[in-house]
Ligand binder design. Structure first.
Ligand code: HEM
Length: 556
């Protein structure tokens, strides 16, 4: 039994030695991380050797030195083979723990911090062993090189277990987010065509219509002078915009069906980047065991399939009663002429992707926006002034955005710090390519770490500070830097960028024009800490007070 405790004891001793050494010597953060990673590495391999030894010891108990020798030889042979393979094939990176890889070393709440720390050690292109060796690109030049110069070669999506589970197609994937190759080109083309049918003024009207409902809910709160979390009205309004476009439906914010789907999607995006899901992706067979245990994989799988079933029901309803103007009906029209490309599952996944992509990201950005306004009342007042000067009591318009450079700069700064997709959506290489001087083999997972880009201290001085002025030029005009790319770039860049920009500008401007968000002295203050790890980066729950300061008619 001692053998099982041995690695743990060693871990405690190493921690003690490391702690003491750190106090005596000035160790830099980079050295600290390297020591930590090598300790994890050594201990995990020792644990495996102990495990082999135990297995061998049971049947042949009398010749234990021989068992120990066999255990070490077996493990070393395996390890040297793997290590040589990784070292030859992939860019450098921290030593992976046996079985768990580097997953435990990633700060899942703030992965951009981990990316920047490893960038300081290994350079902007490095390998982390997550579900499989994953190449992380952690600065603008390498992301640009991968997604623009090598755009066609790196535009695949992962075929890991967590995605194949829903698409059922290991080679081409399905839907718009999870498909690869020609399939993804077709899906993107049709999605883009549909979204282009919403020109500026029409899109403005749709967004303002749902903003009015949100404002009606906030006006009621302002009357009651209460302190409350306004997450539900914000996500309800944003959801109704994308739901109207994709499935032709609107829901009351507290509607039980809508709330259930909201909690399902929250669970999927939260669990996707967790250790449990990484583990199943590395050892797909474990999924059958985890199905019966409380685990992040089980939560991910259940919520994902419930969501898929919801869209299936809506599709069946659309087949009977086709809507005029929504994306699902557009896809059903395509199914009639191209049934092989637009099967039911493709339509369900494509609409689900639009819904997910269109809701979670924009809602999260706006929720962060309110935190920064609460923390910086003078910036809120300045935005209000600028909007009132530009639009008076009228609703804001995207065609007149240029009249409000400070509001645009504030929104960009919110997006930068909200950093809602720090991992972007991981890509996969179709063929060998060269990035940052390294050869990246075909079929490698590539993460364009947008999180690191938006917090890069070499581009954004004091990146943790909220400073809209960094997006203004000397004459006070809005002037975003080339590196500011929250929507990604290249052949897989965000399809909803125009919609997202319209929503963010109109909802934010209208809210700041008509309401003041504030807290009393004794109210709990919101923090800038993230709630959970996951593919998106939501804030911790917080509450605000609201005062109605507008003169515009608010619809009820
Ligand atoms: C603040 C809001 C948003 C941000 C920051 C954002 C950001 C992103 C990013 C970084 C990607 C991945 C790019 C890549 O893989 O390299 C992406 C993909 C995508 N986004 Fe957005 N997005 C936002 C809003 C929206 C909206 C409103 C929609 C709705 C139509 C949308 C639909 C999509 C889709 C369908 C994809 C997948 C594209 C593909 O795989 O080819 N997004 N988004």
């Amino acid at each position: 039994m001692y053998l099982l405790y041995f690695p743990m004891e060693l871990m405690s001793i190493l921690k003690f030695v490391y702690g003491t050494t750190k106090c005596w010597m000035r160790i830099s953060r980079s050295t600290e991380i390297q020591i930590r990673d090598w300790c994890y590495f050594a201990i995990s391999h020792l644990a495996i050797i102990s495990f082999y030894y135990m297995l061998l010891l049971i049947p042949i108990i009398s010749i234990s030195p021989l068992c120990f020798f066999i255990a070490i030889t077996l493990h070393l042979a395996y390890f040297v083979r793997q290590h040589r393979f990784y070292a030859n094939e992939y860019p450098p990176g921290p030593p992976p723990m046996a079985i768990f890889g580097n997953g435990v070393s990633v700060n899942t709440r703030a992965p951009e911090k981990t990316f920047l720390e490893y960038r300081a050690i290994y350079g902007p292109v490095f390998t982390l062993h997550l579900s499989q060796p994953t190449v992380i690109l952690a600065d603008y030049n390498t992301i640009h090189e991968a997604l623009i110069h090598n755009g066609q070669k790196t535009s695949g999506r992962s075929n890991s277990e967590s995605f194949v589970l829903f698409t059922g197609d290991r080679t081409h994937g399905d839907g718009v987010i999870l498909s690869s190759g020609q399939k993804s080109k077709n899906m993107r083309q049709e999605t883009q065509k549909f979204l282009r049918n919403w020109p500026g003024k029409r899109l403005d009207n749709l967004v303002l219509h749902h903003t009015a409902s949100l404002e009606a809910a906030l006006t009621k709160q302002a009357e009651s002078k209460s302190l409350s979390d306004i997450k539900d009205p914000i996500s309800g309004a944003i959801a109704n915009i994308i739901q109207q476009m994709t499935i032709g439906r609107n829901y009351e914010y507290q509607d039980a069906e809508f709330q259930t789907q909201l909690s399902n999607i929250n669970s999927v995006v939260k669990e996707l980047m967790t250790f449990g899901v990484f583990f199943v992706n590395s050892f797909p067979i474990s999924r059958f065991l985890l199905q019966w245990l409380p685990s992040s994989w089980k939560a991910y799988e259940n919520s994902g399939f419930k969501l898929q079933q919801w869209f299936r029901d809506i599709l069946n309803e659309h087949k009977v009663n086709r809507h005029q103007d929504d994306f699902m009906s557009h896809m059903l029209d395509l199914q009639e002429t191209r049934p092989e490309e637009f099967k039911d599952l493709s339509i369900i996944l494509n609409c689900g992707d639009m819904w997910t992509g269109g809701m979670e990201t924009t809602t999260t950005t706006l929720r962060w926006g309110l935190i920064y306004l609460l923390q910086n009342p003078e910036i809120q007042a300045k935005c209000h002034q600028e909007i009132v000067s530009a639009f008076g009591n009228d609703a804001p318009e995207t065609s007149k955005m240029h009249l409000t450079p400070y509001v645009r700069a504030t929104l960009s700064e919110i997006q930068r710090l909200a950093n809602v997709l720090p991992w972007a959506i991981p890509h996969k290489s179709f063929e060998d390519c060269q990035i940052g001087g390294y050869k990246i083999p075909a079929n490698t997972e590539i993460v364009p770490a947008l999180g690191a880009l938006l917090c890069d201290p070499t581009v954004f001085k004091n990146p943790e500070e909220f400073k809209p002025e960094r997006f203004l030029d000397q004459s006070g005009e809005y002037s975003p830097m080339e590196e500011f790319r929250p929507f990604g770039m290249g052949p897989r860049a965000c399809l909803g960028e125009k919609l997202a920009r319209t929503e963010l500008y109109l909802i934010f401007s209208s809210l700041v024009q008509n309401f003041r968000f504030y807290l009393n002295e004794s109210d709990p203050k919101p923090t800038t800490e993230r709630a959970t790890g996951g593919i998106t980066a939501p804030p911790m729950p917080y509450s605000t007070r609201v005062e109605y300061i507008g003169n515009r008619h608010v619809y009820y």
